[in-house]
Write a protein that binds this ligand. Structure first.
Ligand code: 5RP
Length: 225
């Protein structure tokens, strides 16, 4: 199976989890990226069975609308049972690095609201220790140098993502060369830096279910409560 086929398989598997729970009032939180796109395409076949979606980025909103799926403002939604999104890395505790597509802040907001966060990824994303993938941090533009210096003090190598402006009008620093042994602690440390909007570490709110596309089928991992 190709990597694209693995992504399609997990997108389809997530739809199958959702389908029995949907009714005409259901609103689904939808993530960003190529794996989330596979989920959107699979979900679109059932668009008559739910009300609509909340999007974690402008790109996702456009794709949902292109399929004729109604996109709601998160502020107008009383309840979000599911959020489905990809990841750049995941560990066995279902803690994640996200933000390769620069949508981390809105992704973290929608994940925070959802009752259940289903992460979908191909098996290459599962790692023992987070940090091989550079950790994205969204930063207020005027604070870029200050935040970069603080990241160096934490032991990381921040690299400015050239030409990238987030949907919120901010910039991204990618932290290289950091083995993240305590994701919760690092998430707290990054949150405490003035000028940081959000980090791509999803540890305080990890995924609840991880669907991993493997050559022998979709593997389901659940977070220990
Ligand atoms: C976007 C993200 C994506 O979920 C992450 O980058 C994975 O993307 P893909 O499914 O294309 O590998 O966090 O901000």
């Amino acid at each position: 199976m190709t990597q694209d086929e693995l992504k399609q398989a997990v997108g389809q598997a997530a739809v199958e989890i959702l389908l029995p729970t949907l009714d005409d009032r259901s609103v689904i939180g939808v993530g960003t990226g190529s794996t989330a796109n596979c989920f959107i395409d699979a979900l679109a076949k059932h668009k008559g069975f739910f009300d609509g979606a909340v999007a974690s980025s402008e790109a996702t909103a456009q794709r949902l609308k292109g399929h004729g799926i109604q996109v709601h403002d998160l502020n107008s939604v009383a309840q979000l049972d599911y959020y489905v999104d990809g990841a750049d890395e995941a560990n066995k505790h279902l803690e994640l690095i996200k933000g390769g597509g620069a949508a981390l802040t809105r992704e973290k907001i929608v994940a925070a609201v959802a009752r259940t966060f289903i992460c979908i990824a191909d098996e290459s994303k599962l790692v023992d220790t987070l940090g091989q993938f550079p950790l994205p941090v969204e930063v207020i533009p005027m604070a870029r140098s200050h935040v970069a210096r603080e990241i160096v003090r934490l032991g990381g190598d921040p690299v400015y993502r050239e030409g990238c402006v987030t949907d919120n009008g901010n910039v991204i620093l990618d932290i290289h060369n950091m083995q993240i042994h305590d994701p919760r602690k690092l998430e707290e440390q990054l949150n405490a830096i003035v000028g940081v909007v959000c980090s791509g570490l999803f540890a305080a709110r990890p995924a609840d279910i991880l669907l991993l596309g493997t050559k022998s089928g979709v593997k389901r991992l659940e977070r220990e409560q």
